[in-house]
Design a protein around this ligand. Sequence first.
Ligand code: HPA
Ligand code: ZN
Length: 341
Amino acid sequence: MNSSELKQLIEGIPKAELHLHIEGSFEPELMFEIAKRNNIAMDYDSIESLKKAYKFNNLQEFLDIYYIGAQVLIHEQDFFDLTWAYLTKVHSQNVKHVEVFFDPQTHTDRGIAFEVVISGIYKALEKAKDELGITYKLIMSYLRHLSEEEAFKTLESSIPFKDWIHGVGLDSSEMGNPPSKFEKVFKASAAQGYKLVAHAGEEGPSEYIWEALDLLNIVRIDHGNRCLDDEKLVKRLVKEQIPLTLCPLSNLELQVITKMEDHPAAKMLDKGILATIHSDDPAYFGGYMNENFYKTAKGLNLSVNQIKQLAINAFVGSWLSNTEKDKHIANIQSYFSSFEN
Ligand code: HPA
Ligand code: ZN
């Protein structure tokens, strides 16, 4: 299959995005527009000079810029516009279902009310459901560089909006902030009915993946690249079919891998791990779902069957009902069979 056929194949796949930070979808063009209407001076004098700063040696260098970018978001309309821009973009990429992270503390710590943040995001998600037919789940992520006590405050703030939130996650600086630091707040979050996920094994060791499983009781691992260091862990992930939401372009940009050819996605599929492909922070890492699929397929020389498996796995690992999952998976099967003919 040549490059343009591969591109075409990927574009047409009905896709699910399970690992996406809404603040990481903030494109520089929209950032400048919102900064202007909010009378906030940007540190960069042009979109081009901002984009030039998007060169990262590790996760922390990215996070430093990502948190600065989010500071221009003030009003409900800003959060709505951010979310709507993401949803219309992925609609054009045939994404049918999204499970979106937001980082409340990035905003509440600047004095923006939790209600302002979540209302803008929620209204855009509802609009996309009605007008674009994209289904969604919303995941509130705790910032792991902050204390567990602060995560508890966030949990408390979320209670009035419980019906809009489906799960909690754990993101930000991984090294030195193990899942064990958040054991109590994850337990309390589960008691509120939230599903649980956590970033683990992106930069941190495989021990953090064990902790996320055993201490936090998560149902899905975000990233999880480092699981391959530990055979016993791989066996567990396979046996329990714990989804791993991989983000290949993110891994490349944050130097988790040095070249796409080294990405663990294919190895994981071979071992029977429920690996899936997503975009993490597409405005910063050079691509949304299609670009992540395409560059991974190219770099790893994936077979059509492996591409199909990755697409199916995302729906399997989603929080849709079994009926909804079956419908999407049948659509993927039929798409691929028509492509093969
Ligand atoms: N890792 C950890 N925290 C994050 C990321 C990530 O890739 N993106 C946004 N917050
Ligand atoms: Zn992430």
